[in-house]
Design a protein around this ligand. Sequence first.
Ligand code: AMP
Length: 216
Amino acid sequence: MIVVLLGPPGCGKGTQGERLAAALGVPKISTGDVIRAAMKAGTPLGLKAKSYYDRGDLVPDDLIMEIIKGALAAPEQGKGAILDGVVRTVPQAEGLAGVLASLGRKLDLVLLFEIADEELVGRLSARTVCEACQSPFMGRQPGQLHADCAKEPKGHLVRRKDDEPEAIRNRLKVYQAQTAPVVAWYKANNGPLTAIDALGTVDGVTARVRAAAGLS
Ligand code: AMP
């Protein structure tokens, strides 16, 4: 099953994507995670992406499509993939459709996480993430060791550069300007779009996501 997770920053799509990927037994591909790893390693992708990322702007479509093409062509994606944070622009939606067609695959589901902006600002301002495994935490202070981290060495909690107040405001603006039109594009192109109410407990949202994916 190939599933696109669509929704504003802080809507919980990363957390829900992890759970859905585990339930379906498929990998989760997060372009944000790929970009953060590339920046940390100082690769050419990381160097090109950094200034966009730090401001909370979108990284250019051609870089994103390179990531997606490579990731979807990997053999372990045979059973499918959860795409977290892709697609974010109409050209990416068109590009993904082309990549899937060339692989003889199709998009099974687009989950649109809906939630009010005020809730998102609160969540992102209170968020820290593990620098090693990227797991998000609410209300935990930067610097703490992530004792349950699956990576070795275990990571510490950090604030994401793009969770600074100015970058948060910009990311919400960017979402409205560049990503919201993707919803209209899927509607116009018979995309398999299902809206999910993203407010509530993590488990409550998971139940809605599972139902949308046809899981009990
Ligand atoms: P995320 O971890 O999904 O919140 O993404 C963090 C940042 O990575 C975004 O604000 C963008 O700068 C960049 N990014 C991730 N995915 C994409 C994408 N599909 N298109 C453009 N930029 C992206």
